[in-house]
Design a protein around this ligand. Sequence first.
Ligand SMILES: Cc1cc2nc3c(=O)[nH]c(=O)nc-3n(C[C@H](O)[C@H](O)[C@H](O)COP(=O)(O)OP(=O)(O)OC[C@H]3O[C@@H](n4cnc5c(N)ncnc54)[C@H](O)[C@@H]3O)c2cc1C
Length: 427
Amino acid sequence: MDDAERGFRQSLWAATVGENAHTPQLSGSHETDVVIIGAGITGLSAALHLAEKDKSVIVLEAREIAWGAAGRNGGQVNPGWKMLPSQIRTLYGPKRGDRVISMVDGACDLVFELIDRHNISCAPRRAPYFRAAFGRRGLKEVRDWVAEWGSFGAPVVLKNQQQTHDLIGSSFYSGGMEDARGGSLQPLSYTRGLARAALQAGAEVFSQSRVRQIDRVAGNWRVTTDNGGQTIARFLIIGTNGYTDELWSGLQKQVIPVASLQAATEPLPAEILHTMLPQGHHFSDTRRDMVYCRIDENRRFQIGGRGSPFDPVRQQAATKHLQAQAVKIFPQLNGINWEYEWGGLVAMTKSHAPQLIELGEKAYAGLGYNGRGIAMATMMGKQMAELVMGEDVAMPCEKLSPIAFHGLRNLGIAWHMMVGRTLDKFM
Ligand SMILES: Cc1cc2nc3c(=O)[nH]c(=O)nc-3n(C[C@H](O)[C@H](O)[C@H](O)COP(=O)(O)OP(=O)(O)OC[C@H]3O[C@@H](n4cnc5c(N)ncnc54)[C@H](O)[C@@H]3O)c2cc1C
């Protein structure tokens, strides 16, 4: 088992998920309206929305459903992007920006609507997202969020230090803000549920079918898998995010894949449980070396944060650092056993905004969720499905623009982490 496979198999989610739908390997030749590469949230949301509109759809997945970040993430359905609405307006201009803001505003609702409509069993919980502020810089960040999203009518409330302590059970932070649009879920179950819904709507999903080649043939897209299976399609959608390989020239360099790690404890004893996140909030903090935490439906405390950009040994050290952070924030965790450790890749973009790329005629890629993909990848899949249906969508289509000096990214990330940790100590 390689490290990437271990990162999937050893997760809390793999240990608590129900059965997977049977999906065969692609063999022989097929024809379809739309071929989708990647069976994560993006690809499966696109497949579901297209199949519901009577398009024939084939999804091709290199490993198995949700093998990428979709099946490994923190399960936090977080509202918004890592940008303020004013920054979205600056990026796209006021008119387009306002359409994007309204789309982003509805992304968490879309997740919970799909769960309800398709009866997806994934421990969904509609409890507010909390952003815990660290120092003056953090307080400014949460104030800006509340002021800006509040002006769009979002249910956001600023909290002082005492209120923050009461809501999360830690006096580590100087304050924070609560955003009621969020929620949480079991991400592997959610993504497998999307796959089931897509299959029931008529989509076909193939696993162990890595796409090796894409050609334009007589106005169609011809997609060839590792073992020689082929699909001819009028439209092509790529949803490979942080796991993008060399299947489309330049796409891999559109994002920077960054390791993110998770750890989960044994089920917490009642006397500790009632002192932490008593109202079911999940949170992330504002530090550069940020962490994000929640308690799952089986009473396990779960923390996530940055991994090392380098080898597995450093990954173990990064996990230990994460567990030490947990005890620093919640001293009541001292002595509690850690039972699960896992990780995966998030895809960062230059602008910090997700991207919908028009790769060519009738060919799109949606990626770059910057670590906030449960809601936005679900929405991106829907947006790409609507594009295929000829609809006018909020997300602007961009051209491929690979990141310069992409090969030096690991050094850049390591530098950023080191400087970030130092600066956090002074803020
Ligand atoms: C540890 C971790 C914690 C996270 N926590 C959160 C969180 O709490 N909240 C949140 O909103 N977001 C979180 N994220 C981010 C979120 O998981 C992602 O943004 C989201 O899963 C992206 O979904 P996706 O479908 O685009 O990509 P992925 O889920 O990564 O799926 C891409 C798929 O493409 C397949 N693939 C790649 N190349 C090929 C090929 N050539 N042929 C066929 N298939 C291919 C891969 O095998 C993979 O299954 C986290 C991510 C990680 C890694």
